[in-house]
Design a protein around this ligand. Structure first.
Ligand SMILES: Nc1ncnc2c1ncn2[C@@H]1O[C@H](COP(=O)(O)OP(=O)(O)OP(=O)(O)O)[C@@H](O)[C@H]1O
Length: 252
């Protein structure tokens, strides 16, 4: 069974307190195979976060279905790290474990994987954004998820930090054999990380194109190979149009 099967026919937010109803999504159907990484790309406001929330089950109100294996665990890495600032790095990880007495080594092992072993006793309020994002990734992976959802996990970082974190995510996904669905505005990032790209139209987002990215692992680490692939992708007519459309249409 796939790690995630999405078959949405539409998603509408009803009118609330004078705000008009909003058609957030049209027809979007795709799946994420076990161990596969899929990037969701589309203009601002097209419904990417709405779709992740449906995939996570945080929102169950849509026409259509979202299926995940019943026994599979899920992790959601939000745009903001959402750590408890008054807890240490280690405690922020321990909080999401079903059994908080899980061995110290498990937490230590993951902190080592994300390069934060030395910072395990530091309060989250003292971390840089890059470090906080590392903790957020570690907190996602510590539950050994079958699927991790990530909503622009590297936004607002300087370029070298963002690159280091992308490489870290590649490593974590391979090491833990986890499937992933992530939202990004950055085509290079999508090509570097994903096996498949799913492009959504402007609002209300509907699937316009799926594209397999057939790069070898070594090529994903090579910015020149990624840039060549980007040019190829941008040459596709439906995609070129979408990438220019990064502005939400005004409401009625
Ligand atoms: N709870 C809500 N109630 C009403 N409308 C909403 C709600 N949440 C989102 N929307 C609207 O639905 C549309 C899709 O929002 P969403 O945040 O999913 O887009 P997005 O593609 O993730 O945007 P961005 O790329 O800018 O983060 C937007 O017009 C947004 O204003």
């Amino acid at each position: 069974m796939a790690a995630l099967t999405v078959d949405i026919r539409g998603k509408r937010f009803p009118a609330v307190a004078g705000a008009p109803a909003k058609e957030a999504l049209g027809r979007v159907a795709f799946n994420v195979a076990e161990g596969e990484t899929v990037a969701l790309i589309g203009p601002s406001g097209c419904g990417k976060t709405t779709l992740l929330n449906l995939a996570a089950g945080l929102d169950g109100q849509a026409e259509g279905t979202v299926c995940r294996p019943a026994a599979g665990r899920l992790a959601y890495v939000f745009q903001e790290p959402r750590l408890l600032p008054w807890r240490t790095v280690e405690d922020n990880l321990r909080l999401v474990l079903a059994d908080p007495s899980d061995p110290q080594e498990r937490i230590g092992g993951l902190l080592a994987e994300v390069g934060l072993l030395q910072a395990r006793h530091v309060f989250a309020s003292r971390l840089s954004l890059g470090m906080a994002r590392r903790v957020a990734l570690a907190r996602g992976f510590i539950v050994e998820p079958g699927l991790v959802l990530l909503d622009e996990p590297f936004a607002s970082l300087d370029a070298p930090t963002a690159r280091r974190l992308r490489l870290l995510l590649l490593r974590l996904l391979a090491l833990h054999r986890t499937a992933a669905l992530f939202v990004t505005h950055d085509l290079d990032e999508a090509i570097m990380l994903a096996h498949r790209l799913v492009f959504l139209s402007a609002t209300p987002g509907r699937l316009v194109r799926e594209l397999r990215i057939d790069l070898e692992p070594a090529e994903r680490h090579d910015p020149a190979a990624v840039a060549r692939k980007r040019l190829e992708v941008m040459g596709l007519p439906e995609v070129a149009g979408l990438l220019e459309l990064d502005v939400e249409e005004p409401g009625p």
